[in-house]
Design a protein around this ligand. Structure first.
Ligand code: BES
Ligand code: ZN
Ligand code: ZN
Length: 505
């Protein structure tokens, strides 16, 4: 459920809300708050000095109001310092806003009024600031609490909380931007919920059913292939990974259509609802969080639910193979050789490198049936990429510079940050096998596990311009970012995909 975020032209201090919010830059001059302090909170300056509040990025200062019938608190949010280009970093604003939202429940503040900071301060336009403000307010308030019975433990704003964004011009444009932001953040939070649901409560069938429900609610075309159809079609990668599991695998396709002449982009998402490693079983410490291994799938399905409402001028096909990677007497063995949908073969040297196996079929299927103009896949694919980049950047791999730049721009604008890593011919030999076309475990001499995984996938994309995003490090339990939660999904990729589609040029 989204928070109630509305846009108003009522002057900031005239709103009847629990708290009024002020954004301040680091080492701000208190003079401009003299009058406000005099009327509302005479000791404000001293209180701030006591708490050493100077407006550092992400800092929040809450002051009780002594005499005002409209509100009980004044809340100051630090924006930090301007950079060398004399602008504030927009990501710092996102995080400051996140800190604000996380602070409010601690004071039982249920309604606020805030004025958008001047868009020029960030080098963006006011609609961008408004849209992202709504996105972050809603994202910061997400908490996976549906399985916690003691509700007193949960610190968040309830859905009846009232967030008023005060503006004095461009009201219609800003309203639209805020509404778009709510749509986008609802999609992000939906992806996070699916990631956070443990594998005993989210089977491949459950996730496929959620996708189908979205298609019905939003008028998208939806196709779901069952396990027997998947086997019959020759999707040997998806079938091989599924063999050890009691759960049925699914192959889900969602289609959004605009004008026929518009380009078609394919989104492909890795959907492993649990990755035990299979017979090449993971050590328990690495297995603990492997419910997150369907984050790519959650991202593409959720992005479609937002795009169905936002209506971009590109056709989009979202494809996601969904299954579970388990060990059992019927599981795929190391050494088994399988045949994919496009006829290529691979030796399964390590059953824990299962993501590339299911994506191989999905990418091949997309190329054959949709002939997309562009294709982007999102996958929690390798620990190597997570180690290389850490939790703040997804790895971007591509041989198509133009498309890669488009994705980098969408990443920069959306806040789903990416960092490009190499994908060049030198590494391609690392995934060759002695006994099949490919090996799913690359030759260790080449190291660079994120890159060699991308090289494996590259065998299934034909001539289609393609970007691979490895979200293994960014999809779950990202530290220090106020609008994410520890031990929880981030919805990595949803904002990026929406931005990419909406700003297609
Ligand atoms: N799902 C994992 C990758 C992963 C690791 C995701 C950490 C999120 C956090 C993937 O299926 C995997 O196990 N990859 C192996 C590949 C190796 C066996 C070639 C890895 O990274 O160790
Ligand atoms: Zn694995
Ligand atoms: Zn995996």
């Amino acid at each position: 459920m989204s928070l109630n975020i509305s846009v108003t032209q009522t002057k900031l201090l005239e709103n009847k809300v629990n708290a009024v919010i002020f954004f301040v830059e680091q080492d701000f001059d208190f003079k401009k708050f003299h009058d406000l302090a005099k009327e509302n909170c005479p000791h404000l300056e001293i209180l701030m000095r006591d708490k050493k509040f100077v407006g550092k990025s992400g800092s929040v200062f809450v002051a009780s109001v002594v005499a005002n019938i409209n509100h009980s608190y004044l809340v100051f949010v630090g924006l930090g310092k301007k950079n060398k280009k004399n602008i504030f970093n927009f990501e710092s604003y996102r995080r400051s806003l996140g800190s604000l939202i996380r602070t409010l429940p601690q004071f039982n503040i249920k309604s606020i009024a805030l004025e958008l900071p001047e868009a020029d301060l960030f080098g963006f336009d006011i609609e961008y600031v408004a849209k992202n403000t709504a996105i972050i307010i809603n994202m910061a308030n997400y908490v996976f609490d549906q399985l916690i019975t003691d509700k007193t433990r949960i610190s968040k704003l309830e859905s009846d909380a009232d967030i008023k964004i005060v503006v004095n011009r461009d009201i219609d444009k800003i309203k639209k931007a805020v509404d778009d932001g709510i749509v986008i953040s609802n999609a992000v939070n939906q992806a996070r919920t699916w990631v956070d649901l443990p594998a005993n409560l989210l089977s491949p069938t459950d996730l496929a059913n959620y996708a189908q429900k979205i298609s019905i609610d939003h008028g998208l075309k939806c196709t779901i292939f069952s396990e027997s159809e998947i086997i019959k079609m020759g999707m040997g990668g998806l079938a091989a990974v599924t063999k050890g599991s009691e759960e049925e695998c699914k192959f889900v396709i969602l289609e959004y259509k605009t004008e026929k002449t518009a380009p078609t982009i394919c989104f492909v998402g890795k959907g492993i609802t649990f990755d035990s490693g299979g017979l090449s079983i993971k050590p328990s410490g690495s297995m603990e969080t492997m419910k997150e291994d369907m984050s790519g799938s959650a991202a593409v399905i959720s992005a479609m639910s937002a795009l169905a409402k936002l209506k971009p001028k590109v056709n989009i096909v979202a494809i996601t193979p969904i299954t579970e990677n388990m060990p059992s007497g019927s599981a795929t063995r190391p050494g088994d050789i399988i045949t994919f949908y496009n006829g290529k073969t691979a030796e399964v040297k390590n059953t824990d490198a299962e993501g590339r196996l299911i994506l191989a079929d999905a990418l091949s299927y997309a190329v054959k049936h949709y002939k997309p103009d562009f294709m982007i896949d999102l996958a929690t694919l390798t620990g190597a990429c997570a180690y290389a980049l850490g939790p703040f950047f997804s790895g971007l791999f591509s041989e198509h510079d133009e498309f890669a730049v488009k994705v980098e721009e969408a990443a920069h604008l959306s806040g789903d940050y990416v960092w490009r890593l190499p994908l060049t011919d030198d590494y391609k030999i690392a995934v060759k096998s002695e006994v099949a076309d490919l090996s799913n475990d690359s030759n260790r001499r080449y190291m660079a596990g994120g890159t060699t995984a991308a090289c494996f996938l590259q065998n299934f994309v034909g001539e289609v311009p393609w970007v691979h995003l490895d979200i293994a490090g960014t999809a779950f339990n990202v530290p220090d970012i106020s609008y994410y939660r520890n031990h929880s999904g981030t919805g990595a990729g949803v904002r990026l995909l929406v931005e990419l589609a909406m700003n297609w040029k």
